[in-house]
Design a protein around this ligand. Sequence first.
Ligand SMILES: [Zn+2]
Length: 339
Amino acid sequence: MNTQSARRSSAFLTVDLEQDGKQFGHINIPQSPNNDAWGVQQVPIAVIKNGSGPTLILTGGNHGDEYEGPVTISELARDLDPARISGRLILIPTLNNSATQAGQRVSPLDGLNLNRTFPGDPYGSITEQISFYLNDHLFPVADAYADLHSGGSSLHLLPSAIVEPALEKEHMERNIALAKAFAAPYTVVIDNLGDPRTAGAAAVRAGLTTVGTEMAGGGIVRSDALSICKRGVQNLMSHLGLVPANHQASTVVEEKMLKLPGAKGFVFAPMEGVFEPFHELGQKVSVGQEAGLVHSLVNPFEPPRVMRYETDGILYGLRMIGKVVKGNCCAVIAVEFEG
Ligand SMILES: [Zn+2]
């Protein structure tokens, strides 16, 4: 598959995907800056394999300021005894490695958001080459994919398993079953406004059973979100048959699935200033209700601007940075998913 690809990558692996046992290594992406003519960018990767069985790819650090995923995947890679699984885990805790090292959403090397670069480009920037390698070299050898996100520095989200939409009913049902198996407090269908350039959308195009997460956020590690994430990953492995069925209690608090309803689910700042929210995450809100205020810091004696919700639902996400400019996402509403 890889060698027949019309687009061939110069990136190379230092682990053998077919070898039983546990290996730590890198996806090496050649680069040639001023101070390093023949060097590489190194994305850490672990492969844990035991006999035959499904292959699950787990990625964290798709965005560099979301930490529950990297912590969970790194620990799994260190601690898991290969004899405990039947199948293969491909573990990439810090997918956009330069972004995670910088603690930033996007890569400082090329300014790109990895999750808007799929299917990637083998001749593009470092970030585009990482997404290409995942898309063309790793997705084809896998059965399932989990991309572990949190809200990042700018957002706090209800801890959730994310259903990646798929066109075929059978594929959608697989994705829903995997997301429910994760057993986060909420299960939410998110299509990123139909953007096809995300890792999840690309994995679905490759036919993989695909799940995402959003584990709180705010650019910090929350112990409650980390616990949900660690247990959720064990639940995924159990659901896929990589490990025997477990009996860990779930943390589901909302049985009904939710979805982001598209444009009207977002509340954007109407002007520059500071955002004052009126509600807490998880609260029910209604269309037309005041969502909060933006206070001008430039013209402090002008009255603040009111923002309103454009749909009924529950408050799923809140901006974590007080300062806003026009167009910033201040609040996100989720609605019931009806299938
Ligand atoms: Zn993210």
